[in-house]
Design a protein around this ligand. Sequence first.
Ligand code: HEC
Length: 163
Amino acid sequence: MLFLIFFALKILCKYFFIVFIAFGIIACNNGKPELTEPEPYRPGPLDMTAPPAFSPPVKESDIVIGKNINPQLSKQGEVLYNTKCKVCHKINTETLVGPGLKNITKRRSPAWIMNIILYTGMMLQNDPEARKQYEIFKVTMPALPLTNGEARSLFEFFRKNDL
Ligand code: HEC
């Protein structure tokens, strides 16, 4: 009888040992999970090494600016502004998604303004002033499909707004 109890205990011990080892392995595996979390996605900063000879497509000499503001042209610009730009820009100095556009014609040249409207991506990538703005706002102004004439009308509207 005593022998039987001893025998049963021995078997139990043996299985306990196995169970113990099995738990040990699971515990170790938990400590070192085989699947590692993927790196969180972070969009990289803009390439800050601008090519030295960047020359934006619209030149100052391409733009004809009248002495007085052309009311028809500025009206056309205002309509465009209200449909395509107003969601992100205020016409005063307040920031919305992008900078307030009051005095834009005083702090930027006509060609610069035309270029940022017509060649937004190119300017944000290569123009030091545009890149500075991007660093502040951290939002990429979308490239809006506009014609030269439309961009010119927007410029006329900004001129009127800056009087
Ligand atoms: C989705 C938002 C958004 C829309 C729409 C948008 N912009 Fe912008 N714009 C920005 C942001 C943001 C900046 C600052 C530069 C950057 O971070 O991309 C900017 C910069 C500018 C600048 C330069 C301002 C400065 O002080 O240097 C001008 C000019 C400009 N936008 C004009 C326009 C015009 C005109 C339209 C409409 C045809 C327009 N934007 C539509 C977001 C927008």
